[in-house]
Each structure stands twice: as C-alpha cells, then as structure tokens.
Design a protein around this ligand. Sequence first.
Ligand SMILES: *[C@@H]1O[C@H](CO)[C@@H](O)[C@H](O)[C@H]1NC(C)=O
Length: 214
Amino acid sequence: MASVFFLALLVITCTCVLASDHSPLQDFCVADHQSPVQVNGFACKDAKTVVGDDFFFKGLHIPGNTSNAVGSRVTPVNVVQIPGLNTLGISLARLDIAPWGINPPHLHPRASEILTVIEGQLLAGFVTSNPENRLISKVLKKGDVFVFPQGLVHFQRNIGNGYAVAIASLGSQNPGVITIANTVFGSNPDIASDVLAKAFQLDVKIVDQIQSKF
Ligand SMILES: *[C@@H]1O[C@H](CO)[C@@H](O)[C@H](O)[C@H]1NC(C)=O
C-alpha cells in the first residue's frame, strides 16, 4: 500500500516537474542568439554586458493585421523577441481576431496557456486526448480568463461584431505552435494524399484540394 502511494506521489511530482521549462541555475541567462554554442535553449550572454533592453519589448498595444484567410493574428513575445526570457519558463502573445474570425485549432508542445480577454467576446475551447476527445469550451467576455492545458488542441473564435483582443501567457520561453491544418495538410514535403484520405475518411481529390491551400 505504501509503495503504491509512493509511486503515485512520484508520478504526480514528475508530472509537475515536466509541466514547464527547467528551472534557472542563476539570476538570468540572457540569450545570445549569435552564439555558435548549441544547448537546450540558448547560450548565455556575458552577464556584465546585460542591459535593460535585454528584458524589454515594446509595441504590444499595436493591433495585429488580421487580413488573412482565418481573420486573426498572433504577435508573439517569447525568447526570440526578449532574450532575457531564456531559462525563465514564461512568455506571452497578443491575439487579435477580426469579427467572426478564428485562431485555428493548434497546440503548444511545451506550454500550458492562460488567456485573458482584453476586448470583445470569444468562444474558446480545447479537446481532451483519446479516447474521449471531449470538447471543453466557454464563452469569454472582456476580463475573463481561460486555461488551455499543455499539449491539447485548442482554438478561439470571435463571436462578436467587434474586434477581439486577448493576451496569452504561456509556461515556456519557447512554447512552440503546431497548427493542425498547416502541419497535416501543409507539411514539406506533403504527406501522401492517400494517407490523409484514409486518416480523414475523405476522397483523395478533396485531400489534394485541401493540400493546395496550405
Ligand atoms: C495587412 O495584410 C494585408 C495582407 O497581407 C496587406 O495587404 C495589408 O497591407 C496589411 N495592412 C497593414 C496595415 O499592414
């Protein structure tokens, strides 16, 4: 009985430890994006040369351009934009969605996300893993906050007649994005259309048609 308890505790502990980036071993490790050194994350810039700008980003008040097929734009603020985020396990993004536009189904392989609606109304949802594949969704208004667990497919849709704006906070310096449609139908090179035809139970011609759009 005690060993079962210990095992359960171990599993829970490991899950928590693996749920975000590794802990830093120093005050900061500002990313040196030019360094040839290959590490998990980025090599540290010499701490003596670190300045305020290494921890700084400006312009998140500027709306993203939503004139595209899905009617949305994500403006990322991660370790690429702020080198000081290296090793800190956090990042954020601004999401703009035009009226009735969507942020298409996607997932973040390395982060959970907590989303705050700043303007407008969104329908937000995520789908649980196999075999249930349950859609868990919620209508969000200005000031509402919703969570997307790490690695689960999720989306947002603007359900209002005005623009919607939200700020996503993510538990990784580099959460990564896997957009389902682009990944599956727009890979380079293509996944063979008969594979996708079987997987999605579609005619090959329809798969070809979808692939041509990505
Ligand atoms: C927004 O994107 C569209 C399509 O790429 C482009 O034609 C348009 O000039 C952009 N608008 C602004 C304000 O940058």
